[in-house]
Each structure stands twice: as C-alpha cells, then as structure tokens.
Design a protein around this ligand. Structure first.
Ligand code: SF4
Length: 498
C-alpha cells in the first residue's frame, strides 16, 4: 500500500483543500503517514496570501532535496495558491519537484502521480475549472474515521472582488458557485457521520447564489456602497440547510464580505437557532480613504451600519475581524480611525497584519510609504486595543450561560478530573471539567461561565451527566508539577482564541 504525507501551510481554504487531497488519495487506496521517510508521495499545500510565502516554500522544498536524492522514487507535489501562481515555472526553479497542482486540479492528483512514475517526468496542472466547476466533497468517511466534530463544506470558490492587496482573484480565479442541493446533501452526509458543526466556506461566502440563477444585485450606489441591502440568496441557503438537516447543531460560514451582509442575512441570524451569535467580518481599515485605496467597495459608515444590525440581531452577538495596518498612504489620522472603529464596534477578536507588498497584486503600483517602524508601532497599538476589547467581552460573559460544543479533550489532571475544550456560540474557547470516564466529544452542552481568562472562558456543565457516553479507556493519570490553584487543582491551559 502506498503512503502519503500532506503538509499544509496557510488559511482555512488550504486546510480544506488538504482534506480534499487526503480524500482523493484515500479513495485510491493510499494510507496516511506523518513520517516523510515512509511516504511514497509528499504534498506541500501552500498559501500565497501571507508574507514571504514563496520564499518559505522554496526553503522548505530545499530541505526535501536530500530525501529526494536518497529516495528518487518519492513523488514530491506542490499544491495551493503558490503552485497556481507559479505553475510550470516552479518546476524550472526547483527541479526535484515532480508535480505542481492548482486548487481546481486536486481530483487529478492520483493520475498525475501515475504519469510521473510511468513517464519519469515532472508535470504542472493549474487549470481553472471556470466552465464546469467541480466541488470535492468534504469526505464524510474521513470525518467519521477521525470522529470529527466540525467540518467544512465549500459553497463557492474564487473571488470577483479586486482588493488591491490581495492575490486571491489571481490564484483562485473568478467566482463559481455550488448547487444548494449538493451543499445540503453533503451537510446531511456529514451530520449522519457524526459531525455536529459545519462551516460553509467561500472567499466571499455570502455572495453565493444558485448556479445558473441571476445573481443578487451587486451594483454600487453613489457613495460606493452596495445598493442591495435587502435580499440575499445566501440567507435562503442558510434557511434551507437549517430546514433540511435538523440534526445539525451549529452552522457557521466564512468569510463573509461586508458588501453582502443584507437584511435577509441579519434576519436569518435573529431567527435560526443553528446560526452562531458571531460572525467574522473582515473590515481591513477604519478609514474611508484607505478603504478606497484598498478597493474594498464599502465605506466605514456602511460597515458600522451592517455591524450594528448583526450585533442587534441576537443577545450578546459578537464580531471579529481582520485589519491591515500601514497600507500605502495610511496616515496617523487614518490609523486613528481604525483604532476608533475597534472601540465603536467592540470586536471580540481580530487578526491584525502589517501590510507588505505581494507579487502580482494591484497595490504594487502604490508606493509602500509607511515606514517599518511606523507599521510596528501601529500594529502594537492595534493589538493593545483589540486585547482590551477581547478582555471586556470575555469578562462580560462571567455569570451567563452558554451552549458549548465540545471539540476535544484538553489536559487530563491527576486529580481525577478531565478538562474538555469547546466553543461557545460566539466562538470563544470554553474549558469545562467532567469526570474522567465520560466522553464529552461532540456533545452540545449548556455551561455556566464561571471565570474569564485572558483569551478563553472557564465553564461549569450543570445538570445530569449520567446519560452521556463513556470513554473506552480513560488515559492513565500522569504525575504533574504544573502550577496549581489555591484549591489544589491544576490551572487550566490558557489558549488564545481566534
Ligand atoms: S474579497 Fe478582497 S480580500 Fe477577500 S478574497 Fe476577494 S480580493 Fe481577496
């Protein structure tokens, strides 16, 4: 039996693609290994969104050279956005790479491996499936095997926006949409296999529309904001999933674009219990001047109005976001508007990045005129503001009750108590304790929040736990010298939330 190893670097979309690669290989009889010495096929799946991704890939591939020299029969494949961007050029630059594979060509991987083995040659396949888009299933079998609590389902791919800092429209192509019937079928199969939470994936997931149907109005008004604030086919998709798959405990989606947060989507959050009380809504900057230079196609006022509508849709609704600091032309006044936005919206978390030039992006034409020192200083101030906002949110939850989807066992104590880690409906990490013989994985439990850590919560599951499943074999207790609380219990690990 052949063995494969997949190394993933990058965003959720890449993680999802790696999963599809595994699914495709498993169907061909491949077995997974974590040991490169045992692998017949090594796939490096990389993202080009992050800084210096290409440089990192080249140095990673350099470390594979001795392995290829020692075992020339190992097939080395590079997949993901860097592969899509570089194509056959990568084969010239790194001759020990055998396959360059674009995101739309994952299903072809086993055939390409056979081709390389048979013809003793390298090959690049980076063709977008624009006219006949294919969406690989999330793989209910793998989910069942791995006892996955949470899984991703792609509903659209590509992006029609042209944010000037972003390479995605080049590496993932134009938007293509998946039929709602296929999405629902896949969600149902995952839930029947034991998955409790599904996250719908797409670059601008809420621009989804039924393939072949007329898209929602995407025109701009005179201020450059979307004209359509009312209806959305994406909201109808959420309702259809909620209705057709009642066993689904939680339905998330990522990443929505602020242009497509319609009233219909807000209403769906207010009315569908399966939707979380949280959305990750990237804003990038709080300054209209910078948003225009980024070609984000909305104003700060539009973002705030949509954020307010979502925050009002359910009690204790939270928003997280993405920021880029030091974008070309960003002044101190622009940056202060970003800081003010953190306070105005009260984000529960944010991913904050310093701007850096990326090959192939429109922003390359703009002078990268904010000094590194200023970028560093602004980033530190932004981190501090987000940290304050996050702490305030967590502290405000102490004394409340929340539904927690238990994802995994945290650390097992030598005090006979198991610590489990889950997520609230707002996506905060919640640690709960339980007797060691119980298996809480995948349980959807109500917990009282008793303490707020810096980046997570501690909860107490209340009620009768006797009906919960038992673990097959509780792990042996390990002696520990970790710090303990004044009551003799080990402190729970503090994990940074997203
Ligand atoms: S919306 Fe903008 S940032 Fe997001 S994927 Fe599309 S181009 Fe990139």
């Amino acid at each position: 039996m052949k063995r494969y190893l997949v190394q993933t670097h990058g965003c959720q979309m890449n993680v999802h693609d790696s999963r599809r690669i595994e699914e495709v290989l498993a169907k061909e009889g491949y077995e997974r290994t974590d040991d490169s010495q045992l692998a017949d096929l090594i796939v490096i799946n990389t993202c080009s969104v992050r800084e210096k991704a290409e440089h990192k890939l080249l140095s990673l591939l350099g470390t594979m050279k001795p392995l290829k020299d020692e075992r020339p029969s190992v097939v080395l494949a590079v997949a993901g956005c860097v592969a899509q961007q570089e194509g056959a050029k990568l084969l010239g630059r790194v001759p020990h790479v055998d396959i360059v594979l674009g995101p739309d060509n994952i299903a072809e991987l086993p055939g390409l491996v056979s081709h390389v083995e048979r013809e003793k040659t390298s090959i690049a396949r980076t063709v977008f499936d624009v006219h006949d888009p294919r969406f690989l299933d999330a793989g209910a079998e793998l989910s069942r095997r791995d006892r996955e609590v949470s899984s991703f389902v792609t509903v659209m791919k590509g992006c029609n926006e042209r944010c000037t800092f972003c390479i995605v429209p080049t590496t993932r192509g134009p938007e293509r949409y998946r039929a709602s019937s296929d999405v629902i079928r896949e969600v149902r199969a995952l839930v029947e296999g034991g998955v409790r939470e599904v996250t719908l994936l797409g670059q601008t997931v809420n621009s989804w529309h039924e393939p072949g149907a007329v898209a929602d109005d995407d025109s701009d008004d005179e201020l450059g904001n979307p004209r359509n604030m009312g209806e959305s086919q994406f909201a109808r998709l959420l309702r259809a999933i909620a209705h057709e798959v009642p066993g689904l405990a939680r339905l998330r989606y990522t990443s929505p674009h602020p242009r497509h947060v319609t009233d219909a989507l807000v209403r769906a959050h207010a009315e569908l219990e399966v939707l979380p009380a949280h959305v990750h809504l990237p804003v990038q900057s709080g300054s209209n001047r910078v948003l225009r230079r980024m070609s984000r196609r909305y104003t700060r006022e539009h973002y705030v109005a949509r954020a307010r509508a979502l925050l009002a849709s359910r009690p204790r609704f939270t928003l997280s976001t993405d920021f880029i600091v030091g974008f070309p032309g960003e002044t101190e006044d622009d940056f202060r508007e970003t800081l003010a936005l953190v306070e105005e919206v009260g984000f529960s978390a944010a991913f904050c990045f310093k701007y850096s030039q990326r090959p192939g992006t429109p922003a390359l034409k703009l002078e990268d005129d904010v000094s590194e020192a200023d970028k560093d200083e602004r980033l530190a101030r932004l981190f501090a503001a987000v940290e304050t906002s996050q702490r305030q949110n967590l502290a405000s939850l102490v004394g409340t009750r929340t539904k927690v989807l238990i994802e995994d066992l945290g650390r097992e104590g030598d005090d006979g108590i198991a610590r489990w880690k889950g997520r609230s409906e707002r996506h905060e990490i919640v640690h709960v304790e339980a007797p060691p013989e119980l298996d809480l994985r995948g349980q959807f439990l109500e917990a009282a929040i008793v303490h707020a850590n810096a980046h997570s919560l501690m909860g107490r599951v209340e009620g009768d736990l006797s009906g919960l499943p038992r673990r097959e074999a509780p792990a042996p207790r390990a002696p520990s010298d970790e710090p303990r609380t004044e009551h003799g219990r080990r402190r729970l690990p503090v994990t940074k939330s997203a």
